[in-house]
Write a protein that binds this ligand. Sequence first.
Ligand code: ADE
Length: 235
Amino acid sequence: MSVHIGGKPGDIAERVLLPGDPMRAKWIAETFLEDAVCYTEVRGMLGFTGTWKGERVSVQGSGMGMPSASIYTHELINEYNVKSVIRIGSCGALAMDLNLGDVIAAIGSATDSNMNRTRFDGLVDYAPVADFGLLRKAVEVAEAQGTPIRVGPILAADAFYTDRPDLYDSLADYGVLAVEMESAAIYTIAARYGAKALTILTVSDHIKRGEAMDSAQREKGFTNMVKIGLDTAIA
Ligand code: ADE
C-alpha cells in the first residue's frame, strides 16, 4: 500500500476515474462496474476496481481541493503505475450560456492555488492542460452517446466560498466556463510524472445566476458524465 491508499500493487487498473466524493466512487462502482472490488478504505477515501465493457477500470475518491487531489494523483501514478486519470465532478458555471446539468471538458485550468507558484519559485505561471488524446476521445464519446459536451477553460479554486465574486466576473470575461477545485493539480501532477489527465464536469450550480441542481437533476446529469468518463477511459 501507499501512504494514503490501501491497495496492493496490481489492485488498481491503469485507467482511473477520480470523483472527489468517495461515496460517488462507491455509487459508480455499484452502478456501472462489473465485479467491482473495494481495494482501499483508508481515511474513508474509497477506491474500487471492476470492469466496464470487459476492460479493467478503477474509480478512486480524491477528496475536495488540490492538496487532497494531489496526494491521490501522485500515489496512483507513482505507486500503482496508473497511466490515465479522468476527474469527474461538479462545477459552478460562470458562462451565461451554460445551464444546470451541462457537461464540460476542461481543456485547461487556471488556478488561484499557490501550489504551482511554489513549484516554479514564482517565476513561471505554468498552464495546466488536459491530455489532448483523452480530450479528443471524450468529445468523440460524448457525440456518440448523444450528450452535448462543452470544451473550454475552467478555474480550479482553493476556496469554495469566495469574497471576490468580481474575480469570477473577470474570469468569465476571459472565457473561463466554470469553477471547481481540483483540476489544476491533477493536470500538473499527471504531466510531471508522464501520465494522461482529463477533467469532465457537470454543472451543479450557476454562480452568476444563483441556481443549483436538485438531487434528481444531479443523478441524471452525473450518469451522462460517468458514461462519458468510462467510455473515454477504455477508448
Ligand atoms: N463545485 C461545484 N460547484 C462549485 C462552486 N460553485 N465552486 C467551486 N467548486 C464547485
